[in-house]
Design a protein around this ligand. Structure first.
Ligand code: NAG
Ligand code: NAG
Ligand code: NAG
Ligand code: NAG
Length: 520
């Protein structure tokens, strides 16, 4: 290999190296931006704590690892499921679901010995904003297998009475499904007189008229719904049951009745749920969602201006505290969102970005179409576009200058523009004449001065004295500024052919150096 080609290939490989370094740099740069974007998601739990179980986010005060949750908020992630599932920890056997199976036999449907089985309460999701967690609760059912035998399956939910959770009386309803069923909800299981007296129930009666069942609404025809009065006793234990338990005329075509305590508006009645053995509870085997309110049960909000006690939960800046039934909850202040239960959890909301996402958010952060939205820490601004005024948050912007003003300004502008156009047109015309009459040639000739028409008018005293008539026009008597008398020759229209002749005549005349001749 010659030296030249060696050095050539050397520089070639150097270039290649440089190129790949550049590429690498570009790639890492890309990764860094991606990381920065992902990093913009504020943390939902304490540093070093896992924040997910399978697909479920676990925000503090909920948590799985030691030191990652407040008392009562422990979550157990069960990895034997794919993907893993989250469950509320049983808190020493105080939080669980109990499934109770019972046979009813004979003409009087005598209840047999019940069979009990406990299982963990599965967590669906957590909303720190709403202080809510959703859990699966099993559907209760009672099914006839013959005219003298029925099988009942009841799903009791037990929540630790001293724990952070209460079933929400507002966000849940009792639903009954069946050809003839009176669904009831029993809560607190007879511990107090008040709880015993409180039994919401609803009735569906369609025996012999199953064809009147319609999909969708729970209207009492195949499906019924009862709201839970907001003054319901603290709901830490509840079950959906039936009354009476087992009278089942028409059981052949529609053998089962169902009852559930479920998030309101979640269940849509579908007529196939009326037919078949365990059709509904089989379809929803994992359970139906029920909404739990959570709160910090120990303590109350510190009075204004007082140092919060140790262990106070609302630790984020820009957060506030609100007293609840048996405790308190933390909220991010207005215009902040995130997790008030962790340090720096509440972050500024970008209202302008958010309001583009949905109609509800647009209503929540109003800014009219003729306003310009801009985010700021602790709020947002919405200002009118230039040339407009008003309050685009509460209403609309209006033009600063009303229509009549605009019309007047418009007309004035039109006039000015027109005048300018006419003037420039005149100038062009003048230039054309000047060129037509050999101005550029004459300008270069010695002894020739070029005057404007206005100046000539002055010199000739408004063309008063004609002193002769030449080939190309009349000759006038004129007086220059220095009182010198001159003869002014005004050309008549000069066409192209005559142009050269005219110019020559003028040049010749100027060459005559007659003391009183000046050309124009
Ligand atoms: C996970 O779930 C399986 C199946 O339900 C159960 O047998 C097991 O005990 C659970 N594991 C934990 C750690 O709860
Ligand atoms: C109910 O009866 C069936 C047989 O008819 C039996 O297999 C089942 O174990 C019984 N269940 C209970 C809870 O007693
Ligand atoms: C019930 O219907 C509503 C509206 O059609 C729908 O948004 C919702 O997901 C349905 N619920 C279920 C459990 O399918
Ligand atoms: C509230 O948030 C703003 C900016 O996000 C920050 O400057 C301020 O210090 C916060 N207030 C508190 C009490 O932390």
């Amino acid at each position: 290999m010659s030296r030249a080609s060696q050095s050539h290939s050397h520089s070639h490989s150097q270039m290649k190296l440089l190129l790949s370094i550049l590429l690498l740099a570009a790639e890492t740069g890309h990764e860094q931006t991606m990381g920065a974007i992902a990093g913009q998601q504020p943390p939902i739990t304490r540093e070093g704590c896992p924040d997910k179980c399978g697909e479920t986010s676990i925000p503090f005060p909920f948590g799985m690892a030691r030191g990652c949750f407040r008392p009562g908020f422990q979550v157990v992630c069960n990895h034997s499921f794919r993907p893993p599932r989250a469950f509320l920890a049983d808190n020493g056997g105080r939080t669980y679901q109990r499934m109770m199976d019972q046979n009813y036999t004979g003409p009087s449907f005598r209840p047999g010995e019940p069979l009990r089985r406990n299982k963990a309460v599965e967590l669906i999701d957590v909303s720190v904003d709403k202080s809510e967690a959703r859990i699966y609760t099993a559907v209760s059912s009672i099914c006839s297998t013959s005219g003298t035998h029925a099988v009942g399956r009841y799903a009791f939910t037990y929540l630790d009475k001293a724990g952070p959770f209460l079933a929400s009386p507002v966000r849940n309803v009792l639903v009954g499904v069946g050809a003839r069923v009176e669904a009831t909800m029993v809560s607190s299981f007879g511990e107090t007189e008040k709880a015993m007296a409180y039994r919401p129930s609803c009735l569906s009666d369609l025996v012999g008229n199953l064809q009147f069942a319609t999909d969708g609404e729970c209207s009492g025809r195949g499906c019924c719904v009862a709201v839970l009065p907001p003054e319901a006793p603290l709901l830490t234990r509840f079950v959906a049951g039936f009354r009476p338990r087992h009278r089942r005329p028409g059981w052949e075509s529609s053998p089962c009745s169902y009852g559930m305590v479920v998030q309101s508006s979640w269940y849509n009645f579908s007529t196939p749920d009326l037919y078949g053995y365990e059709a509904l509870s089989g379809r929803l085997a994992r359970g139906v969602p029920a909404v739990l309110d959570f709160a910090i049960r120990k303590g109350t909000c510190p009075p204004d201006g007082q140092q919060p006690p140790a262990g106070y939960a609302c630790v984020s800046g820009n957060s506030s505290c609100s007293n609840e039934a048996r405790g308190y909850v933390c909220k991010c202040s207005e215009h902040y969102h995130g997790n008030p239960y962790i340090t720096n959890g509440c972050q500024d909301i970008d209202e302008c970005k958010l309001r583009k996402q949905s109609h509800e958010l647009r209503l929540l952060y109003p800014c009219s179409d003729d306003g310009i939205c801009s985010n700021r820490v602790g709020g947002y601004d919405c200002r009118c576009k230039p040339g407009m005024k008003g309050d685009p948050i509460k209403g609309h912007c209006t033009e600063k200058f009303p229509l009549p003003t605009k019309v007047v300004v418009g007309i004035a502008a039109f006039i000015v523009v027109s005048v300018l156009m006419v003037m420039s047109h005149q100038l062009l015309k003048l230039k054309r004449f000047y060129e037509q009459n050999g101005g550029p040639v004459l300008k270069g000739v010695k002894n020739i001065r070029i005057y404007r028409r206005k100046q000539l008018k002055q010199i000739t005293n408004n063309y008063r004295h004609i002193i002769g008539e030449g080939h190309f026009g009349k000759v006038y008597m004129g007086t220059l500024e220095d009182k010198q008398h001159v003869a002014i020759k005004i050309s008549i229209k000069v066409d192209k052919d005559m142009k050269k002749e005219f110019i020559d005549e003028v040049i010749i005349q100027s060459g005559m150096r007659h003391k009183n001749i000046s050309g124009s």
